[in-house]
Design a protein around this ligand. Structure first.
Ligand code: GZL
Length: 325
């Protein structure tokens, strides 16, 4: 018990020192340097790691004091971090909500403290309007549509009359999962060739992608024509399982993924993935620009969607530029 108490004291001391350090930075500049508190979901994917790196780089470029906390995939850690930002009286709070529900209380506390909140990457649902100022992040529904539109073109080019699809989804009740599924399903629903055998939750994790693919292969075997995976990590976990089952990914089974990280693009170039829909993690510049506008009392766009494209075996993949994440 004693050891735990000592550890607790050390952690608290570290927190105070790091906050004090931030306060000193603000004092050093002499001017009111913007302090931004950011609660990041975790490090579950190359996308997430790239997003964190970009936010840190852009905070430096804009000379913004960044307090970034990693929640290690736990909503309660994000809520605790947002409460620390409120206590520290940061100028702006931003976060990527791991799931859409359960944020009302802490967002009401931020509003009562007069601290504006920016949503980055993912959205949320609240019972009260006006608890957040804006969203900077991808149009996930459109990503799902682009994935389905690729599949329809692929089925046409192969002359397929019947297409059996398995879906490996991202974290249940997260915005990217809900909207990537909706965009895909809405688009294929008008095509009588398309049949979804099963959707299964891979939680955006590589290890879960492998487990899901093993289960789907055991259950559906060679009736599977397409794997639609909500992110590259799960896709990269699934591919070895497909090969262990003596199928050739990209040929025996069409592979469609989302994110567009370098590792998945390399596999696309090898022909083992057929389509990667881009979901850029580079949201840091827009975040810093928006935070500065909020601090200056300027109006901000309610939604900022970055431009995104589709990489696939329909193009010369050797021309795809380095991805940077
Ligand atoms: C999408 C982001 C998703 C990525 C995953 O913007 O929320 O979370 O697609 C990441 O790789 O885990």
């Amino acid at each position: 018990m004693k050891k735990r108490r000592i550890a607790g004291v050390i952690l608290a001391a570290v927190m105070v020192l790091s906050l004090a350090g931030c306060a000193e930075k603000a004092d050093e500049t002499g001017d009111s340097k913007l302090v931004l508190g950011f609660s990041q979901i975790g490090t579950e994917s190359a996308w997430r790691i790239g997003n964190t790196k970009d936010i840190e780089e852009q905070a430096g470029n804009f000379d913004i004091g960044l307090m970034l906390e990693n929640a290690n995939q736990k909503q309660e850690n994000q809520i605790a971090a947002i409460r620390r930002f409120i206590a520290y009286k940061v100028d702006v709070i931003a976060f990527s909500p791991i799931v859409e529900e359960g944020w009302d209380n802490v967002l009401k506390e931020a509003k009562e403290a007069g601290i504006p909140v920016i949503l980055v990457d993912r959205e949320l649902k609240t019972s009260q309007q006006g608890l957040t100022t804006c969203l900077i992040g991808a149009d996930f529904y459109k990503e799902g549509v682009m994935a389905a539109e690729y599949l329809i073109r692929k089925a046409d080019s192969l002359g397929l009359e019947h297409v059996n699809i398995v879906e490996i989804t991202g974290t249940q009740n997260s915005t990217p999962m809900v909207q990537r599924q909706a965009g895909f399903f809405d688009t294929i629903s008008e095509d009588p060739r398309m049949n979804v055998l099963e959707s299964i939750d891979g939680d955006f994790l590589k290890s879960r992608g492998a487990e899901c693919m093993r289960y789907l292969l055991d259950t559906y075997g060679d009736t599977i024509d397409v794997v639609y995976s909500h992110n590259d990590e799960m896709t990269l976990g699934a591919l070895p399982e497909i090969e262990k089952a003596d199928f050739v990914p990209g040929q025996d089974i069409i592979i469609i993924s989302i994110d567009g990280g370098q590792e998945a693009i390399n596999v696309l170039k090898e022909g083992k993935i057929n389509c990667v829909v881009e979901c850029t993690p580079k949201l840091g510049k827009a975040l810093m620009e928006t935070a500065l506008k909020l601090k200056a009392g300027e109006a901000v766009e309610p939604v900022i969607h970055p431009e995104e494209e589709v990489f696939s075996d329909e193009q010369d993949t050797s021309l795809i530029a380095p991805r940077g994440y």
